[in-house]
Write a new protein. Structure first.
Length: 256
């Protein structure tokens, strides 16, 4: 006679799924935003756990297996954090690019509190991050993140994440992509302001009587904003490319 599975046999996979969802929700853009109350995040974690458990039950620990230990729970948390962190790095690169542009345009002293990081940042960086978040939602990337989370249980079943280890070199390589995102965003404005500085320096040397210092900041600001406005049209294509690349990177980090 087959013995009835214990209650722990059903709780164990639920705990593993919930731990991975909790780690994923920690760094996921929008859903893990600091402006969302902790109670709402707890409800989201519980809801996603309930929805994902039937999908991943086949790959979960078999009935009769013991309760997951700290190592198993920590492994599931790390897997979820890696998936959310890969996408969050794109937003950090966008904010970094906006910070560079704001500094170049003379807005380094006009700071706001960034609601995501709770740190002071330039108004241009907040503008960049807000536009990126709106495009993130408009492109349904948050839905793709949930689908990627569900797929992760296929190639890394619940309760087996601790065998993966922390892919530190691959994470550092993914973090380096943040600088590429920042460079792509800030390069046009940086080039325009650099050429403006060179032109104003040449005028100042050839005609010292002209008030170059008085008009320099205004000229740089107007030209920089003109270049920024002209590049906004390319942002949807650029952001979509980086969002898809982040999803692919997260899955490659978890597949060995």
């Amino acid at each position: 006679m087959t013995p009835e599975p214990s209650l722990a046999a059903y709780i164990a996979p639920i705990m593993c799924v919930g731990a991975r969802v909790s780690g994923w929700l920690t760094f996921t853009p929008f859903l893990g935003h600091a402006a969302i109350p902790p109670s709402v995040k707890a409800i989201l974690t519980l809801g996603l756990t309930v929805l994902l458990y039937p999908v991943v039950a086949a790959g979960a620990p078999a009935p009769g297996s013991p309760m997951p230990g700290p190592l198993v729970i920590a492994g599931e948390l790390v897997v979820g954090m890696i998936m959310g962190l890969c996408m969050q790095l794109v937003f950090e690169g966008i904010q970094l690019g906006g910070t560079v542009i704001g500094t170049q345009l003379g807005f380094s002293m006009a700071n706001l509190i960034d609601p995501m990081s709770q740190m002071e940042t330039t108004v241009v960086a907040v503008f960049h991050q807000t536009i990126a978040l709106l495009m993130f939602l408009q492109m349904d990337v948050h839905h793709s993140l949930v689908q990627a989370l569900a797929r992760s249980f296929r190639y890394l079943p619940a309760g087996t994440a601790f065998r993966l280890g922390v892919p530190a070199p691959q994470l550092l390589h993914a973090a380096a992509g943040m600088w590429l995102v920042a460079l792509e965003i800030a390069a046009p404005v940086m080039l325009a302001t650099m050429l403006t500085d060179m032109t104003l320096a040449f005028i100042s040397r050839t005609s010292p009587q002209l008030p170059v210092m008085l008009v320099g900041f205004s000229v740089k600001g107007m030209l920089g904003f003109a270049v920024l406005a002209s590049t906004v049209a390319f942002w949807p294509w650029m952001f979509e490319r980086h969002f898809l690349a982040a999803l692919g990177t997260a899955e490659r980090l978890l597949v060995k």
